[in-house]
Write a protein of this length. Structure first.
Length: 468
Protein backbone atom coordinates (compact mmCIF):
# COMPACT_ATOMS: atom_id res chain seq x y z
CA UNK A 1 0.00 0.00 0.00
CA UNK A 2 1.05 3.58 -0.56
CA UNK A 3 -0.82 4.82 2.52
CA UNK A 4 -1.09 3.86 6.17
CA UNK A 5 -4.89 3.47 6.14
CA UNK A 6 -5.37 1.38 3.02
CA UNK A 7 -8.53 -0.58 2.32
CA UNK A 8 -6.85 -3.94 2.99
CA UNK A 9 -4.62 -3.21 5.96
CA UNK A 10 -7.39 -1.25 7.63
CA UNK A 11 -9.77 -4.18 7.64
CA UNK A 12 -8.32 -5.23 10.94
CA UNK A 13 -11.33 -3.41 12.35
CA UNK A 14 -13.24 -6.62 11.66
CA UNK A 15 -12.42 -7.74 15.14
CA UNK A 16 -14.49 -10.88 15.11
CA UNK A 17 -12.12 -12.20 12.43
CA UNK A 18 -9.00 -11.41 14.38
CA UNK A 19 -10.23 -13.52 17.30
CA UNK A 20 -9.40 -16.50 15.12
CA UNK A 21 -5.79 -15.46 14.16
CA UNK A 22 -5.83 -17.13 10.79
CA UNK A 23 -2.20 -17.02 9.78
CA UNK A 24 -0.78 -20.39 8.83
CA UNK A 25 1.60 -20.39 11.80
CA UNK A 26 -1.01 -19.89 14.51
CA UNK A 27 -4.39 -21.30 15.45
CA UNK A 28 -7.14 -20.70 17.96
CA UNK A 29 -6.89 -22.62 21.23
CA UNK A 30 -6.36 -25.18 22.44
CA UNK A 31 -3.51 -26.00 20.09
CA UNK A 32 -0.79 -23.98 18.43
CA UNK A 33 -0.20 -24.39 14.70
CA UNK A 34 3.51 -23.73 15.00
CA UNK A 35 5.95 -26.41 13.90
CA UNK A 36 6.92 -27.06 17.54
CA UNK A 37 3.46 -28.55 18.21
CA UNK A 38 3.16 -27.05 21.67
CA UNK A 39 0.06 -26.41 23.72
CA UNK A 40 -0.75 -22.88 24.84
CA UNK A 41 -3.33 -22.02 27.48
CA UNK A 42 -5.01 -18.60 27.92
CA UNK A 43 -3.62 -16.83 30.97
CA UNK A 44 -7.04 -15.25 31.49
CA UNK A 45 -9.95 -17.21 29.91
CA UNK A 46 -12.26 -14.26 30.59
CA UNK A 47 -10.20 -11.88 28.42
CA UNK A 48 -12.31 -11.46 25.23
CA UNK A 49 -9.19 -10.97 23.13
CA UNK A 50 -7.15 -13.76 24.78
CA UNK A 51 -4.04 -11.61 24.58
CA UNK A 52 -1.79 -13.42 27.06
CA UNK A 53 -0.88 -17.12 26.94
CA UNK A 54 1.19 -19.56 28.97
CA UNK A 55 2.95 -22.70 27.76
CA UNK A 56 1.78 -26.11 28.97
CA UNK A 57 4.42 -27.68 31.20
CA UNK A 58 4.29 -31.00 29.32
CA UNK A 59 5.17 -29.61 25.88
CA UNK A 60 5.63 -30.77 23.20
CA UNK A 61 2.31 -32.59 23.00
CA UNK A 62 2.76 -33.84 19.45
CA UNK A 63 5.86 -34.97 17.56
CA UNK A 64 6.34 -36.20 13.97
CA UNK A 65 5.73 -39.89 13.25
CA UNK A 66 8.79 -42.12 12.79
CA UNK A 67 10.59 -41.36 9.54
CA UNK A 68 9.12 -37.85 9.18
CA UNK A 69 11.50 -34.92 9.58
CA UNK A 70 10.75 -32.07 11.97
CA UNK A 71 10.45 -29.63 9.06
CA UNK A 72 8.03 -31.93 7.24
CA UNK A 73 5.31 -31.89 9.87
CA UNK A 74 3.41 -28.62 9.74
CA UNK A 75 0.29 -26.67 10.54
CA UNK A 76 -2.50 -28.70 12.19
CA UNK A 77 -6.00 -27.84 11.06
CA UNK A 78 -8.81 -26.61 13.23
CA UNK A 79 -10.15 -29.64 15.10
CA UNK A 80 -13.54 -31.16 14.32
CA UNK A 81 -15.73 -33.38 16.47
CA UNK A 82 -16.41 -36.99 15.46
CA UNK A 83 -19.62 -38.91 16.14
CA UNK A 84 -17.73 -40.79 18.90
CA UNK A 85 -17.09 -37.53 20.74
CA UNK A 86 -13.40 -37.34 19.88
CA UNK A 87 -11.65 -34.35 18.37
CA UNK A 88 -9.83 -34.91 15.09
CA UNK A 89 -7.12 -32.92 13.31
CA UNK A 90 -5.04 -33.38 10.18
CA UNK A 91 -1.45 -32.25 9.65
CA UNK A 92 0.45 -31.67 6.41
CA UNK A 93 3.61 -33.59 5.55
CA UNK A 94 5.30 -35.53 2.77
CA UNK A 95 6.52 -39.07 2.22
CA UNK A 96 9.33 -38.78 -0.31
CA UNK A 97 7.67 -36.78 -3.14
CA UNK A 98 4.08 -37.53 -2.13
CA UNK A 99 2.23 -34.77 -0.31
CA UNK A 100 0.16 -36.21 2.54
CA UNK A 101 -2.05 -35.30 5.49
CA UNK A 102 -1.84 -37.37 8.69
CA UNK A 103 -4.84 -37.72 10.99
CA UNK A 104 -4.91 -37.65 14.79
CA UNK A 105 -7.66 -38.12 17.35
CA UNK A 106 -7.66 -36.60 20.84
CA UNK A 107 -10.04 -36.17 23.73
CA UNK A 108 -8.03 -33.63 25.72
CA UNK A 109 -5.68 -31.89 23.22
CA UNK A 110 -2.75 -33.24 25.24
CA UNK A 111 -2.67 -36.88 24.19
CA UNK A 112 -2.95 -37.72 20.48
CA UNK A 113 -3.56 -40.97 18.63
CA UNK A 114 -2.11 -41.26 15.11
CA UNK A 115 -4.68 -43.08 13.00
CA UNK A 116 -3.80 -45.70 10.41
CA UNK A 117 -3.45 -44.50 6.84
CA UNK A 118 -3.84 -40.93 5.63
CA UNK A 119 -6.66 -38.46 5.19
CA UNK A 120 -5.31 -38.04 1.66
CA UNK A 121 -2.13 -37.95 -0.38
CA UNK A 122 -1.16 -37.01 -3.94
CA UNK A 123 2.06 -38.25 -5.62
CA UNK A 124 4.65 -35.76 -6.90
CA UNK A 125 3.13 -32.75 -5.12
CA UNK A 126 5.83 -32.44 -2.47
CA UNK A 127 5.43 -30.97 0.99
CA UNK A 128 1.90 -29.97 2.03
CA UNK A 129 1.70 -27.06 4.44
CA UNK A 130 -1.17 -24.95 5.76
CA UNK A 131 -3.55 -27.86 5.21
CA UNK A 132 -7.22 -26.96 5.64
CA UNK A 133 -10.21 -29.30 5.90
CA UNK A 134 -13.80 -28.13 6.14
CA UNK A 135 -17.38 -28.93 5.07
CA UNK A 136 -19.46 -27.04 2.50
CA UNK A 137 -23.20 -27.29 1.97
CA UNK A 138 -24.50 -28.64 -1.34
CA UNK A 139 -27.98 -27.19 -0.77
CA UNK A 140 -27.68 -23.97 1.26
CA UNK A 141 -25.77 -20.79 0.55
CA UNK A 142 -24.21 -20.53 3.99
CA UNK A 143 -21.09 -21.69 5.75
CA UNK A 144 -20.91 -24.75 7.99
CA UNK A 145 -19.30 -25.45 11.33
CA UNK A 146 -16.10 -27.47 10.93
CA UNK A 147 -17.71 -30.51 12.60
CA UNK A 148 -20.79 -30.61 10.33
CA UNK A 149 -21.36 -33.69 8.17
CA UNK A 150 -24.23 -35.42 6.41
CA UNK A 151 -25.75 -36.32 3.02
CA UNK A 152 -25.99 -32.67 1.90
CA UNK A 153 -22.36 -31.93 2.76
CA UNK A 154 -19.16 -32.08 0.74
CA UNK A 155 -15.71 -31.65 2.23
CA UNK A 156 -12.84 -29.52 0.96
CA UNK A 157 -9.18 -30.43 1.32
CA UNK A 158 -6.82 -27.56 0.69
CA UNK A 159 -3.02 -27.47 0.91
CA UNK A 160 -0.32 -24.91 0.25
CA UNK A 161 2.31 -26.49 -1.98
CA UNK A 162 5.80 -25.76 -0.73
CA UNK A 163 7.15 -26.72 -4.19
CA UNK A 164 5.40 -23.99 -6.18
CA UNK A 165 4.04 -21.68 -3.43
CA UNK A 166 0.40 -21.92 -4.52
CA UNK A 167 -2.80 -22.92 -2.70
CA UNK A 168 -4.77 -25.79 -4.22
CA UNK A 169 -8.10 -27.29 -3.21
CA UNK A 170 -10.40 -30.11 -4.23
CA UNK A 171 -13.94 -31.08 -3.29
CA UNK A 172 -14.79 -34.62 -2.27
CA UNK A 173 -16.28 -37.04 0.24
CA UNK A 174 -15.09 -37.57 3.80
CA UNK A 175 -15.44 -41.01 5.41
CA UNK A 176 -15.39 -40.64 9.16
CA UNK A 177 -15.17 -44.36 9.94
CA UNK A 178 -11.68 -44.73 8.45
CA UNK A 179 -10.68 -41.04 8.47
CA UNK A 180 -10.16 -40.77 4.73
CA UNK A 181 -11.23 -38.32 2.05
CA UNK A 182 -11.71 -39.08 -1.66
CA UNK A 183 -11.83 -36.35 -4.35
CA UNK A 184 -14.84 -36.22 -6.67
CA UNK A 185 -12.49 -35.94 -9.64
CA UNK A 186 -8.95 -37.31 -9.43
CA UNK A 187 -7.93 -35.20 -12.43
CA UNK A 188 -8.35 -32.05 -10.35
CA UNK A 189 -7.00 -33.42 -7.08
CA UNK A 190 -5.16 -31.36 -4.46
CA UNK A 191 -1.97 -29.93 -5.91
CA UNK A 192 -2.71 -30.77 -9.54
CA UNK A 193 -6.08 -29.09 -10.13
CA UNK A 194 -7.89 -25.96 -9.00
CA UNK A 195 -6.22 -23.15 -7.06
CA UNK A 196 -7.83 -20.72 -4.64
CA UNK A 197 -6.18 -17.88 -6.50
CA UNK A 198 -4.02 -17.69 -9.63
CA UNK A 199 -1.96 -14.71 -8.54
CA UNK A 200 0.16 -13.90 -5.51
CA UNK A 201 -1.79 -15.67 -2.77
CA UNK A 202 -0.50 -18.27 -0.30
CA UNK A 203 -0.66 -19.86 3.17
CA UNK A 204 -4.41 -19.38 3.50
CA UNK A 205 -6.74 -20.69 6.20
CA UNK A 206 -10.48 -20.60 6.80
CA UNK A 207 -12.57 -20.35 9.94
CA UNK A 208 -16.27 -20.60 10.69
CA UNK A 209 -18.04 -17.43 11.81
CA UNK A 210 -20.96 -18.79 13.79
CA UNK A 211 -22.54 -15.36 14.24
CA UNK A 212 -23.11 -14.86 10.52
CA UNK A 213 -23.05 -18.54 9.52
CA UNK A 214 -20.25 -18.11 7.03
CA UNK A 215 -16.86 -19.62 6.34
CA UNK A 216 -14.20 -16.96 5.96
CA UNK A 217 -10.91 -17.35 4.12
CA UNK A 218 -7.77 -15.33 4.84
CA UNK A 219 -4.82 -15.44 2.46
CA UNK A 220 -1.32 -14.02 2.54
CA UNK A 221 -0.20 -11.63 -0.19
CA UNK A 222 3.55 -11.43 -0.52
CA UNK A 223 5.74 -8.92 -2.30
CA UNK A 224 7.03 -9.14 -5.86
CA UNK A 225 9.50 -6.27 -5.79
CA UNK A 226 13.04 -6.37 -4.47
CA UNK A 227 14.12 -6.92 -0.88
CA UNK A 228 15.82 -3.54 -1.00
CA UNK A 229 12.49 -1.92 -1.87
CA UNK A 230 10.84 -3.68 1.06
CA UNK A 231 13.51 -2.39 3.41
CA UNK A 232 12.94 1.11 2.09
CA UNK A 233 9.18 0.80 2.62
CA UNK A 234 9.74 -0.51 6.10
CA UNK A 235 7.32 -3.42 5.76
CA UNK A 236 6.51 -6.36 3.52
CA UNK A 237 3.50 -8.60 2.87
CA UNK A 238 -0.02 -8.47 4.26
CA UNK A 239 -3.31 -10.32 4.47
CA UNK A 240 -5.74 -9.88 1.59
CA UNK A 241 -9.39 -8.98 1.78
CA UNK A 242 -11.17 -11.74 3.75
CA UNK A 243 -13.45 -13.87 1.58
CA UNK A 244 -16.51 -15.97 2.18
CA UNK A 245 -16.35 -19.50 0.76
CA UNK A 246 -19.32 -21.47 -0.64
CA UNK A 247 -19.85 -24.55 -2.79
CA UNK A 248 -20.74 -23.76 -6.41
CA UNK A 249 -23.76 -25.97 -7.17
CA UNK A 250 -23.72 -24.99 -10.86
CA UNK A 251 -20.34 -26.56 -11.60
CA UNK A 252 -20.14 -28.99 -8.68
CA UNK A 253 -16.35 -28.74 -8.85
CA UNK A 254 -15.64 -25.16 -7.81
CA UNK A 255 -15.82 -23.03 -4.72
CA UNK A 256 -17.17 -19.49 -4.83
CA UNK A 257 -15.02 -16.88 -3.09
CA UNK A 258 -16.39 -13.40 -2.47
CA UNK A 259 -15.27 -10.39 -0.42
CA UNK A 260 -16.93 -10.35 3.01
CA UNK A 261 -19.95 -8.07 3.23
CA UNK A 262 -18.11 -5.66 5.56
CA UNK A 263 -16.10 -4.46 2.56
CA UNK A 264 -19.30 -2.93 1.15
CA UNK A 265 -19.41 -0.54 4.12
CA UNK A 266 -16.32 1.20 2.69
CA UNK A 267 -18.16 2.21 -0.48
CA UNK A 268 -18.55 5.95 -1.07
CA UNK A 269 -19.89 7.61 -4.22
CA UNK A 270 -20.59 5.49 -7.29
CA UNK A 271 -21.01 5.87 -11.03
CA UNK A 272 -22.88 3.58 -13.38
CA UNK A 273 -22.17 2.95 -17.06
CA UNK A 274 -24.83 1.08 -19.04
CA UNK A 275 -24.42 -0.56 -22.44
CA UNK A 276 -20.98 0.84 -23.25
CA UNK A 277 -19.87 -0.50 -26.63
CA UNK A 278 -16.16 -1.10 -27.07
CA UNK A 279 -15.14 -1.87 -30.64
CA UNK A 280 -12.24 -4.15 -31.58
CA UNK A 281 -8.87 -2.61 -30.85
CA UNK A 282 -10.18 0.29 -28.78
CA UNK A 283 -9.88 1.74 -25.28
CA UNK A 284 -12.64 3.70 -23.53
CA UNK A 285 -11.86 5.91 -20.51
CA UNK A 286 -14.26 5.78 -17.56
CA UNK A 287 -14.66 9.06 -15.73
CA UNK A 288 -14.72 8.05 -12.08
CA UNK A 289 -12.18 10.49 -10.64
CA UNK A 290 -9.17 9.19 -8.69
CA UNK A 291 -8.88 5.46 -9.16
CA UNK A 292 -6.52 4.11 -6.52
CA UNK A 293 -9.25 2.68 -4.26
CA UNK A 294 -12.18 1.27 -6.23
CA UNK A 295 -14.79 -1.47 -6.11
CA UNK A 296 -15.79 -2.36 -9.68
CA UNK A 297 -18.59 -4.69 -10.73
CA UNK A 298 -18.75 -5.27 -14.49
CA UNK A 299 -20.57 -7.46 -17.01
CA UNK A 300 -19.56 -8.04 -20.62
CA UNK A 301 -21.33 -9.47 -23.65
CA UNK A 302 -19.71 -10.47 -26.92
CA UNK A 303 -21.27 -9.59 -30.27
CA UNK A 304 -23.37 -12.66 -31.11
CA UNK A 305 -22.91 -12.25 -34.85
CA UNK A 306 -19.15 -12.18 -34.36
CA UNK A 307 -19.41 -15.35 -32.30
CA UNK A 308 -21.15 -17.11 -35.19
CA UNK A 309 -18.75 -16.02 -37.90
CA UNK A 310 -15.55 -16.56 -35.91
CA UNK A 311 -13.68 -19.53 -37.28
CA UNK A 312 -13.11 -22.57 -35.10
CA UNK A 313 -9.51 -23.15 -34.15
CA UNK A 314 -7.48 -25.84 -32.47
CA UNK A 315 -5.36 -23.38 -30.50
CA UNK A 316 -4.19 -23.99 -26.95
CA UNK A 317 -4.23 -20.88 -24.77
CA UNK A 318 -2.55 -20.09 -21.48
CA UNK A 319 -2.63 -16.74 -19.72
CA UNK A 320 0.88 -17.13 -18.31
CA UNK A 321 2.56 -18.13 -21.58
CA UNK A 322 0.65 -15.68 -23.78
CA UNK A 323 1.65 -12.19 -24.76
CA UNK A 324 -0.75 -10.77 -22.20
CA UNK A 325 -3.38 -8.19 -23.03
CA UNK A 326 -1.40 -7.19 -26.11
CA UNK A 327 -1.92 -10.60 -27.74
CA UNK A 328 -4.94 -10.31 -30.01
CA UNK A 329 -7.39 -13.09 -30.73
CA UNK A 330 -10.73 -13.14 -32.51
CA UNK A 331 -12.72 -12.98 -29.25
CA UNK A 332 -10.37 -11.35 -26.80
CA UNK A 333 -8.77 -10.08 -24.72
CA UNK A 334 -11.33 -7.64 -23.29
CA UNK A 335 -11.87 -6.20 -19.84
CA UNK A 336 -10.50 -3.41 -17.63
CA UNK A 337 -7.29 -1.43 -17.37
CA UNK A 338 -6.83 -0.44 -13.74
CA UNK A 339 -4.08 1.55 -12.02
CA UNK A 340 -3.38 3.16 -15.39
CA UNK A 341 -2.06 6.63 -16.07
CA UNK A 342 -3.50 8.90 -18.78
CA UNK A 343 -0.87 7.90 -21.33
CA UNK A 344 -1.28 4.17 -20.54
CA UNK A 345 2.46 3.88 -20.01
CA UNK A 346 1.48 2.11 -16.79
CA UNK A 347 -1.55 -0.17 -16.67
CA UNK A 348 -2.73 -3.43 -15.14
CA UNK A 349 -5.17 -5.22 -17.48
CA UNK A 350 -7.69 -7.57 -15.86
CA UNK A 351 -9.48 -9.39 -18.66
CA UNK A 352 -11.24 -12.28 -20.35
CA UNK A 353 -9.88 -14.24 -23.29
CA UNK A 354 -12.32 -16.46 -25.19
CA UNK A 355 -11.17 -19.22 -27.52
CA UNK A 356 -13.44 -21.12 -29.92
CA UNK A 357 -12.51 -24.77 -30.28
CA UNK A 358 -12.83 -27.07 -33.26
CA UNK A 359 -16.03 -28.42 -31.70
CA UNK A 360 -17.55 -24.94 -31.77
CA UNK A 361 -17.52 -24.63 -27.99
CA UNK A 362 -16.07 -21.62 -26.22
CA UNK A 363 -13.33 -21.83 -23.60
CA UNK A 364 -12.99 -18.78 -21.36
CA UNK A 365 -9.88 -17.64 -19.52
CA UNK A 366 -9.50 -14.95 -16.88
CA UNK A 367 -6.11 -13.21 -16.77
CA UNK A 368 -4.21 -10.37 -15.13
CA UNK A 369 -1.27 -8.83 -16.95
CA UNK A 370 1.42 -7.14 -14.86
CA UNK A 371 3.92 -6.69 -17.67
CA UNK A 372 3.21 -2.94 -17.94
CA UNK A 373 2.04 -2.36 -14.39
CA UNK A 374 5.07 -0.32 -13.36
CA UNK A 375 8.05 1.49 -14.81
CA UNK A 376 10.10 0.35 -11.83
CA UNK A 377 12.85 -2.04 -12.83
CA UNK A 378 12.97 -4.23 -9.72
CA UNK A 379 9.44 -5.62 -10.00
CA UNK A 380 8.35 -9.12 -11.03
CA UNK A 381 5.87 -8.53 -13.87
CA UNK A 382 4.15 -11.85 -14.44
CA UNK A 383 0.98 -12.64 -16.37
CA UNK A 384 -1.43 -14.65 -14.24
CA UNK A 385 -4.63 -16.53 -14.99
CA UNK A 386 -6.57 -19.68 -15.65
CA UNK A 387 -9.51 -21.28 -17.41
CA UNK A 388 -12.83 -20.35 -15.81
CA UNK A 389 -16.16 -22.14 -16.38
CA UNK A 390 -18.74 -19.86 -18.01
CA UNK A 391 -22.03 -21.69 -18.28
CA UNK A 392 -24.76 -21.34 -20.90
CA UNK A 393 -26.63 -18.02 -20.71
CA UNK A 394 -24.13 -16.56 -18.22
CA UNK A 395 -22.64 -13.18 -18.99
CA UNK A 396 -18.94 -12.58 -18.43
CA UNK A 397 -18.89 -11.00 -14.98
CA UNK A 398 -16.12 -9.74 -12.72
CA UNK A 399 -15.67 -7.83 -9.50
CA UNK A 400 -12.37 -6.01 -9.08
CA UNK A 401 -11.07 -4.46 -5.87
CA UNK A 402 -8.32 -1.91 -6.48
CA UNK A 403 -6.26 -0.75 -3.53
CA UNK A 404 -3.15 1.27 -4.43
CA UNK A 405 -0.82 -1.66 -5.10
CA UNK A 406 -3.15 -4.65 -4.95
CA UNK A 407 -5.75 -5.74 -7.50
CA UNK A 408 -8.08 -8.61 -6.53
CA UNK A 409 -10.36 -9.98 -9.25
CA UNK A 410 -13.34 -12.28 -8.66
CA UNK A 411 -14.82 -13.70 -11.84
CA UNK A 412 -18.14 -15.49 -12.45
CA UNK A 413 -19.29 -14.97 -8.89
CA UNK A 414 -15.92 -16.00 -7.50
CA UNK A 415 -15.31 -19.29 -9.36
CA UNK A 416 -11.84 -18.03 -10.19
CA UNK A 417 -9.84 -15.30 -8.48
CA UNK A 418 -6.55 -13.51 -9.19
CA UNK A 419 -4.58 -11.34 -6.77
CA UNK A 420 -2.03 -9.03 -8.40
CA UNK A 421 0.67 -7.16 -6.52
CA UNK A 422 1.76 -4.13 -8.54
CA UNK A 423 3.90 -1.08 -7.89
CA UNK A 424 2.92 1.79 -10.20
CA UNK A 425 5.13 4.86 -10.22
CA UNK A 426 2.87 7.13 -12.30
CA UNK A 427 -0.63 5.69 -11.84
CA UNK A 428 -0.78 6.67 -8.18
CA UNK A 429 -3.12 8.81 -6.10
CA UNK A 430 -4.93 11.38 -8.26
CA UNK A 431 -3.12 10.28 -11.43
CA UNK A 432 -4.62 6.78 -11.45
CA UNK A 433 -7.33 6.04 -14.03
CA UNK A 434 -9.54 3.15 -15.15
CA UNK A 435 -10.42 2.18 -18.73
CA UNK A 436 -12.44 -0.40 -20.63
CA UNK A 437 -10.52 -2.11 -23.40
CA UNK A 438 -11.19 -4.59 -26.17
CA UNK A 439 -8.21 -5.99 -28.02
CA UNK A 440 -10.17 -8.64 -29.93
CA UNK A 441 -9.90 -8.63 -33.71
CA UNK A 442 -13.43 -9.78 -34.59
CA UNK A 443 -15.95 -8.93 -31.88
CA UNK A 444 -17.21 -5.78 -30.23
CA UNK A 445 -18.20 -6.03 -26.59
CA UNK A 446 -20.96 -4.34 -24.64
CA UNK A 447 -20.29 -3.60 -21.00
CA UNK A 448 -22.29 -2.41 -18.00
CA UNK A 449 -20.48 -1.34 -14.85
CA UNK A 450 -20.95 0.14 -11.41
CA UNK A 451 -17.86 1.65 -9.83
CA UNK A 452 -17.56 2.86 -6.25
CA UNK A 453 -14.89 5.06 -4.76
CA UNK A 454 -13.72 3.28 -1.61
CA UNK A 455 -12.95 4.79 1.75
CA UNK A 456 -9.94 3.80 3.79
CA UNK A 457 -10.73 1.57 6.73
CA UNK A 458 -9.65 2.72 10.15
CA UNK A 459 -8.72 0.72 13.21
CA UNK A 460 -11.19 1.00 16.09
CA UNK A 461 -9.79 -0.21 19.42
CA UNK A 462 -11.76 -3.05 20.96
CA UNK A 463 -13.97 -2.23 23.93
CA UNK A 464 -14.97 -4.90 26.43
CA UNK A 465 -18.53 -3.55 26.14
CA UNK A 466 -18.61 -4.69 22.52
CA UNK A 467 -20.31 -7.95 21.62
CA UNK A 468 -18.15 -10.38 19.70
Amino acid sequence: MNGTTSMVSGLVQLQSFLMENLSCSTLVPPMSLSRSRILLIPADPDDPLLINWVKYSGNPVLVPPPGIGAKDFRDPTTAWLTSEGKWRITIGSRINRTGVSFVYDTTDFINYELLDGLLHGVPDTGMWECVDFYPVSKTEQKGLDTSDNGPDVKHVVKASMDNDRHDYYAIGTYYENNATWVPDNHKIDVGIGIRYDYGLFYASKTFYDQHKERRVLWGWIGESDSEMADVKKGWASLQGIPRTVLFDPKTGSNLLQWPVEEVDSLRLTSKEFEGVEVKPGSVVPLDVGPATQLDIIAEFELDKEALQRTAEANVEFSCSSSGGAAERGALGPFGLLVLADDSLSEQTPVYFYVAKGTDGNLATFFCADQSRSSEAGDVNKKIYGSFVPVLKDEKFSVRVLVDHSIVEGFVQGGRTTITSRVYPTKAIYGAARVFLFNNATESSITSSLKIWQMNSAFIHPFSEDQEL
